[in-house]
Design a protein around this ligand. Structure first.
Ligand code: ZN
Length: 130
């Protein structure tokens, strides 16, 4: 999804595209990892950054995720179907949709749980740290 498509979604929900809101979306588009609100604010007003993140989460284009200790992080919803976080190096990886469905199917088969990894990640060690 492009910046233009995201901005159209914002407008389609009757929300104004303020420069602060645009900055939040740009920061998330340019990030390959979920960001904290402080990282997204990058010196701008943190309270307004949180309000914008909440508004964008309400219309479904941003999601927050807890990747281990520390504050929650934010990512574009299209990138955050599921995450895996390495407890050794701290790196988080977005799970590919196909991998995510296979993992969820295996968890369901083994435990009956319909697991989701978009809010809390799979935690373990990444291939580089094993
Ligand atoms: Zn690692």
């Amino acid at each position: 999804m492009t910046a233009a498509a995201l901005l159209n979604t914002v407008r389609a929900h009757g929300m104004r595209v303020s420069s602060a809101r645009r900055n939040v979306l740009d920061a998330l588009l340019n990030a390959d990892q979920p960001l904290t609100a402080e990282e997204i604010a990058a010196g701008a007003d943190i309270a307004s950054t949180y309000r914008n993140l909440d508004a964008l989460e309400t219309i479904g284009i941003v999601r927050h995720v807890h990747l281990g200790h520390g504050p929650g992080r934010y990512a574009l919803a299209m990138r955050s179907g599921g995450w895996a976080t390495c407890e050794t190096c701290g790196r988080s990886t977005a799970l590919e949709p196909d991998a995510l469905s296979r993992i969820r199917a295996a968890v369901k088969e083994a435990s009956g749980f319909d697991a989701s990894f978009g809010h809390f990640p799979i935690v373990g060690r990444c291939p580089e740290c094993i």
